[in-house]
Write a protein of this length. Structure first.
Length: 578
């Protein structure tokens, strides 16, 4: 009994509970901050109560501008939810000092803010941390930074009562942002209320002018401006319920998009966003999807706010510098609070590697080293070489217990509905790449319905990265096909030396590629698969898999327009096999 209590105490120390008292609802969560998986922010409990503190404070009439105090019944209901959550925290073993309650704009501006916060303290013993406008903006920025491996561009947070504007950069765990977080009174709920009584054109022009002034105040660094000029525009990173609703609307309009259930990490070009917000502004209503008024994961209340969101985004895009891509994030106050307390070492982790690490086989690094031996040095995109490839090695045997006919299909969904689907910080592009890689690792023998899904993932990558998408797909598939051979010879998680070797040569040179690819990055490459004639691991049962690699790579080359291609040859018993 004592041992179990000690175990619970150890687990409890790694848990942190956060209550986010927002404008549109109150969110409760318990998350693990254990270092081995803190980067992907695993939650053990989530809940939400849909009490809008903004709505309950709306004036009694159109002629009044004074907010009403938070009603007693709303305070009572929130306190009951808080007491329930306190019991849940005790059940999970969250220590008293591991609970943080934060409140944003709707609580900050309430006429009876102190009475409301005092009521919570009296019922729970928890102090409410009232975030300033600047701190609220910083929390949102950290939340966005947690949602991607790297971030560089402009940042907008659209809540119920206000919206924030800043610039943001997150590289190697170091998060930088504007010293001044500009907060504007144009939240989704606030605008929806104003548009009932005011002229839309006047409000539009007011927002546009406010963003022009805000842009001057945030002082965008020169290096971000130069980066935007080189890339054809800024990347805009967004969070908050208003943007999540807009993101789900965009997803619902693209029925062929393969990842409909995850908003975090979704990216689309600014033209697509403009098209939707223009419709919202002109029609003052939400477009129907196949005749259906309901939008997946968007509440009726949030849906009513979308025309106001469209007006805000339309005005903002007119005022901001040229935007290239809009990224949608799940990160909010909860994620921002967590991410801000992590060390740079944890924040710098690649979330794909953190998510896949628990499933790594014995000596997984040996698999990675063997795989790298078959990759031309200096040619493979960093995103594949340093992220997708090692994650693929970690996930190489996750589906080994599945029936043979199910393995490639299950692997194809590993990051969309499979074992790492819930990991925070993965972009949709990364989810597509690792899904394709693991499917190829299992031979990619999938039924027609899954071929359609596979093609949709390919399209997603191409749309996410117009410049490098084709290269990313080529080398991702190549890695998967090579791993199909490696894992066939070494299925037990242990690689014995001498069983299988790769040798890479530039086919315009007799010298090995090492040291030459940087001078000629457009060369084609020969990869020799060297098999030991006396190794029983490369016996007849796996030889067909090895020799079929030649045909698969040849087919892959035929569909690739790049010049950094690979030709595979198998050498067995000292002689090339035809």
């Amino acid at each position: 009994m004592a041992d179990h209590e000690n175990e619970a105490e150890v687990v409890g120390r790694a848990l942190i509970a956060i209550v986010d008292i927002g404008s549109n609802g109150i969110r409760f969560s318990i998350s693990s901050k254990a270092p081995h998986h803190a980067r992907i922010m695993p939650c053990v409990f989530k809940d939400r109560i849909g009490i809008s503190l903004f709505d309950v404070q709306l004036p009694d009439s159109a002629s009044s501008t004074a907010r009403r105090p938070i009603p007693e019944d709303a305070i009572l209901e929130i306190c009951r939810a808080m007491k329930r959550f306190k019991l849940i925290c005790e059940d999970f073993g969250v220590p008293p000092e591991g609970v943080r309650v934060v409140a944003t704009e709707a609580t900050r501006e309430a006429a009876n803010s102190k009475e409301f916060r005092d009521a919570i303290y009296q019922k729970t013993g928890w102090h409410v941390d009232l975030l300033s406008k600047e701190d609220e903006g910083k929390c949102g920025a950290f939340g966005v930074a947690s949602s991607f491996h790297r971030v560089s561009g402009l940042f907008m947070d659209l809540g119920g009562g206000s919206t924030q504007l800043s610039w943001i950069s997150s590289v190697n765990g170091v998060v930088k942002m504007s010293e001044l977080q500009v907060s504007l009174p144009y939240g989704a709920a606030a605008l929806t209320h104003r548009l009932k009584f005011e002229d839309r054109k006047d409000v539009y022009n007011e927002i546009k002018q406010a963003y022009e002034l805000a842009l001057e105040r945030i002082n965008i660094p020169q290096h971000l401006i130069e980066e935007a000029e080189a890339n054809g525009g800024f990347d805009l990173y967004t969070c908050g319920g208003g943007f999540r609703g807009l993101g789900h609307l965009l997803l619902s309009q693209d029925q062929g998009y393969p990842i409909q259930t995850i908003i975090n990490g979704y990216s689309t070009n600014v033209e697509q966003v403009r098209s939707v917000v223009d419709y919202l502004v002109l029609k003052k209503e939400v477009p129907r999807i196949n005749g259906n008024e309901k939008i997946f994961r968007v509440s009726a209340r949030r849906q009513q706010q979308l025309p106001a969101v469209g007006l805000l985004v339309s005005a903002a895009l007119e005022s901001l510098p040229k935007i290239r891509t809009v990224h949608f994030s799940e990160g909010g106050v909860r994620e921002g609070v967590l991410y801000s307390i992590y060390s740079n070492a944890i924040r710098s982790e690649d979330p794909l590697l953190t998510a896949s690490r628990p499933y790594a086989p014995l000596l997984s690094n040996n698999y990675y080293e063997l795989l790298k031996a078959g990759l031309p040095p200096g040619v493979v995109p960093d995103e594949v070489l340093n992220s997708v490839a090692p994650a693929l090695c970690n996930l190489a045997f996750v589906h080994c217990s599945y029936p043979k006919e199910l393995q490639p299909t299950a692997a194809l969904h590993v990051a969309t509905t499979g074992i790492i689907a819930g990991s925070h910080g993965l972009s949709h592009k990364v989810r597509a790449l690792i899904s394709i890689a693991t499917c190829e690792r299992w031979g990619c023998d999938i039924p027609p319905s899954q071929e359609t899904f596979y093609a949709q993932l390919e399209k997603l990558v191409m749309q996410s990265d117009a410049r490098n998408g084709e290269r990313l797909l080529y080398w991702t598939k190549y890695c998967g096909k090579i791993m199909h051979v490696i894992c066939g010879i070494h299925p037990g998680g242990n690689i014995r030396p001498g069983s299988l070797l790769f040798q890479v040569r530039a086919n315009n040179s007799t010298a090995e590629v090492a040291g030459t690819t940087a001078e000629d990055p457009t060369s084609k490459y020969d990869v020799l698969v060297l098999l030991s004639p006396n190794d029983v691991k490369s016996s007849y049962s796996v030889r067909s898999r090895i020799f079929s690699l030649q045909k698969k790579i040849k087919k892959l080359n035929n569909s690739y327009s790049g010049t950094d291609k690979v030709t595979v040859n198998v050498q067995y018993s000292g002689h090339p096999e035809e």
